[in-house]
Write a protein that binds this ligand. Sequence first.
Ligand SMILES: Nc1nc2c(c(=O)[nH]1)N[C@H]1C(S)=C(S)[C@@H](COP(=O)(O)OP(=O)(O)OC[C@H]3O[C@@H](n4cnc5c(N)ncnc54)[C@H](O)[C@@H]3O)O[C@H]1N2
Ligand code: MOO
Length: 417
Amino acid sequence: MQSASATEPLVAPPPAGWTEARSRVYAVGLAGALPATLRPLAEVDGHTLAEPLTTRTDLPAFPTSSVDGWAVRGEGPWRVVGRVLAGSAPPPLADDGSTVEIATGAMVPAGATAIVRVEESTRTPEGLVTGTPRPSPEWRLPGEEAAAGEELVPAGTPVDPALVGLAASCGQDSLWVRRPPRAALLVFGDELLTAGPPGAGRVRDALGPSVPAWLRRYGCQVRAADVVGPVADTLPAHVAALRTSLGTADLVCTTGGTMNGPVDHLHPALAALGADYVVNTVAVRPGFPMLLARVTSDDGRVRFVAGLPGNPQSAVVALVSLVAPLLAGLQGRPLPVLPHTTLAEPVPGRGRYTHLALARLDRVTGTAYPVRHVGSAMLRGLATADGFVVIAPDTSGEPGDRVPFVPLPLLPGERAT
Ligand SMILES: Nc1nc2c(c(=O)[nH]1)N[C@H]1C(S)=C(S)[C@@H](COP(=O)(O)OP(=O)(O)OC[C@H]3O[C@@H](n4cnc5c(N)ncnc54)[C@H](O)[C@@H]3O)O[C@H]1N2
Ligand code: MOO
């Protein structure tokens, strides 16, 4: 591991290619994956499976009637010898010509040869049951869905409500999971206003209110107290703010100060903290000065600082490029596979840089349309886009080209109109 004292600048590796940066950051996140803990089912939504989900029994665990009716043995008419409701283990149906009334979900008694639906049965005046069973079985066999011990879902899968329900059906009371990462945000820039209209050389802080929301959509926990800024444009203030945030957060995002301007203190602050770079600058436009650094504390605990460039759209490019793969690794999830989309219109390349170009997806065809107002200082284009099309270095995008697409972490219903 590289380290540096406060007096020597950090050794800056050359710009990483965008694809390489994604996979490097992911691998480093995975190597520092959050600890696995055993949590009750009611608390695991949004966590990540640290062990595969297995079933403790066959599913279903017993032959289960799928209808209300009569479990019969042999040929009818059948003599009624009892009733079996869901929730108990019935005695066997011992004699041909006998039947028990059965409810949906009840265990089918041993010896039953068919089930006649109640609406397809009749009672004789003597109380015997008649009817014709359907040709296909009316009950579910043990192991039809899964066999005892079978792995149903691999480790690394995000836990969602469907998975929680499945785990309960499998007889699990708790699961080994990795928790959502804790993230913090430090906003740098004395020129930033936190209220009112911009003017007279000052701009509104657009990232303090929005980056925590993006981070939450990537599954992070971000407490209001962990959003700090603007931090004063001095090195001691930067170092102190980073040190405090790193005390509780797994990932501290910072905005601004990634370059070498007169008040850009991020790099010297990282040096003062003994951080080492995972990635320092990425050959992507916009967002080139983005970085990810790693801070290892005396107890061996690893935490990360993601330096998001100050230009607001560039900050979001850094989120999708570095922060998303890092978070996947930290949670033990797979590196997100990028879907492909077809370009509806030309998209220029950016020479030897990868170009991440904001685009909107046609909901019906899945085709990508570049949006307008996409300068790195602008957010207007972002607010209408679904994500970014990826134009590889030394290429340009032509209509009909299939290109990777980096989605924004939008929720169902957003961008629907
Ligand atoms: N000499 C060079 N200067 C710059 C280069 C370069 O290659 N050589 N690269 C430019 C690029 S690319 C970017 S991106 C920015 C990155 O700058 P920093 O990360 O150091 O950010 P700042 O200088 O603090 O701010 C840049 C810009 O963004 C505005 N800003 C910052 N924070 C916010 C915020 N929270 N909300 C809204 N706007 C914000 C800030 O006012 C500046 O206009 O560097 C270029 N310079
Ligand atoms: O690429 Mo900067 O990141 O142009 O805004």
